[in-house]
Write a protein that binds this ligand. Structure first.
Ligand code: PA5
Length: 442
């Protein structure tokens, strides 16, 4: 179960600022749950966990069962919201040295989230002598990066096992009726799952976009959805006990006092990609109209040896949100040494988890003392249920927080600018005029 603590933050926020933010948080909550705010056509994620039906879960699990013994690797193709949700949950649940491999489940690989030739070249080489399948994810069905990856990987698969057999090794997750990926799937007879129209990419991890790759990796999607359902209930309460409302309130109160940068902090490397998912969720939802808290991330204690100086002592525009994990699955205890050459005998008999928790406490005390407010989320352990809770909590808080900022948290108009230039430079038909204008600039 997730808990939230922001008592050390209150000293940083003047009472009148807090009270104003509190009233705005309730108004934003009403906009979200009453569907009266901007982007209200994209609220399908709000009751997604409780509405997930058994037949969808069963269809997803059937694909996972079918491919479990048939393939060694599954390449999940997608970018942005069609990549980060699955990646963050799989990374969180996988072991550090067995990334994406659980028991005899296939190795989950990712593609289509960059345009790097070396990355793709290495992946094609890796797959050359392996049995693999493809999950291609694109809500629009037209995004360039995954489309390129799909063309290349499909060609390899078809060369290896033939066009007919390949159709049984490809699953597409896309729109019900629109887009190039839908057309390709219908023409070739690929099995498909639908991304609901009313769920945007960065809110889609609890749709087949996230659930299928997570199930393929061998994780329990029923527990993930159950955890999210528990949090859906907690986040639907119009109360200051609602953790999403409280988190949105406190981060906006801090923003209003000049804290413009939020660092999501973990002390467990399994959560690094959770931060990447969170950064997309908040960056793409809030960074618009010249506004928005800048979402950054750090993994401690690793980054205390790189970013620690700035956080302790640099410009005082930062606050931190910690995700602390209370239990470790494994026990690692420091031994005693006769000569105590490294001077560590004072820690003999202590578990690394305890040492890490002292580092957490010491860091928070130092940072708060240095003018960096610390919000704290705690989970007892990293498992499907708790990750489901965290995912839903951050989504719900993001909707409220975006409305508090006065932006539409469900669009992303700024993402189009780079695409326009890229298409013009690549010579895509229809972009001739933009190309001529750009060429004069370079
Ligand atoms: O959150 C978003 O909407 C984006 O990050 C998209 O998910 C991303 O651009 C990929 O889009 P699509 O799924 O249409 O290929």
């Amino acid at each position: 179960m997730v808990s939230l603590d922001f008592k050390t933050v209150l000293g940083f926020v003047p009472r009148n600022v807090y009270e104003r933010a509190q009233s705005d948080a309730f108004k934003a909550f009403d906009m979200l749950h009453g569907a009266t705010g901007a982007g209200n056509g994209f609220l399908g994620w709000l009751d997604l966990p409780s509405q997930t039906d058994e037949s969808l879960i069963s269809r997803i699990e059937a694909v996972a069962r079918r491919w479990k013994n048939e393939v060694e690797a599954v390449v999940t193709i997608g970018i942005g919201g069609s990549y980060l949700g699955a990646k963050c949950v799989i990374e969180a649940l996988s072991g550090a040295f067995h990334s994406h491999v659980k028991g005899d489940f296939p190795h989950i690989l990712f593609a289509g989230h960059n345009l790097c030739e070396d990355y793709m070249g290495e992946l094609l080489e890796y797959l050359e002598n392996r049995d693999f399948a493809i999950v291609v994810v694109s809500k629009s069905g037209t995004t360039t990066e995954p489309a390129i990856a799909f063309r290349l990987l499909r060609a390899l698969l078809e060369r290896k096992i033939g066009v007919k057999a390949s159709a049984g090794r490809i699953v597409a997750i896309t729109d019900a009726s629109k887009g190039a990926l839908r057309m390709l799937s219908d023409e070739n007879g690929y099995q498909t799952f639908i991304v609901p129209d009313n769920v945007g990419g960065r809110y889609s991890v609890l749709t087949p976009v996230g659930l299928l790759p997570i199930a393929l990796a061998g994780f329990d999607i029923r527990a993930l959805v159950a955890g999210a359902s528990v949090m859906e209930k907690a986040c639907s309460e119009r109360s200051s006990l609602n953790p999403a409302l409280s988190y949105a309130l406190i981060r906006n109160a801090l923003y209003r006092t000049g804290k413009k940068i939020e660092i999501l902090v973990n002390y467990n490397p399994r959560l690094q990609y959770f931060s990447e998912w969170w950064k997309q969720l908040y960056g793409e939802s809030e960074g618009k109209d010249g506004k928005g808290i800048f979402p950054a991330s750090a993994s401690f204690t690793t980054d205390l040896h790189s970013m620690g100086q700035y956080i302790q002592d640099g410009e005082r525009t930062i606050f931190e949100t910690n995700i602390l994990v209370e239990e470790n699955v494994r026990q690692v205890t420091l031994g005693s040494e006769k000569n105590d050459g490294d001077g560590l005998n004072y820690l003999a008999g202590k578990r690394m988890g305890w040492i890490n928790s002292m580092a957490q406490l010491g860091t928070m005390l130092a940072h708060v003392e240095g003018g960096v407010p610390n919000i704290v989320f705690k989970i007892d352990r990293i498992d499907e249920c708790n990750i489901g809770e965290l995912v839903y909590l951050f989504e719900a808080a993001c909707g409220i927080s975006g409305y508090m900022l006065g932006v539409n948290p469900f669009d992303q108009p700024g993402v189009e600018a780079y695409k326009r230039n890229m298409f013009a430079l690549l010579g895509k038909p229809g972009y001739e005029e933009a190309s001529a204008i750009l060429k004069k600039k370079i």
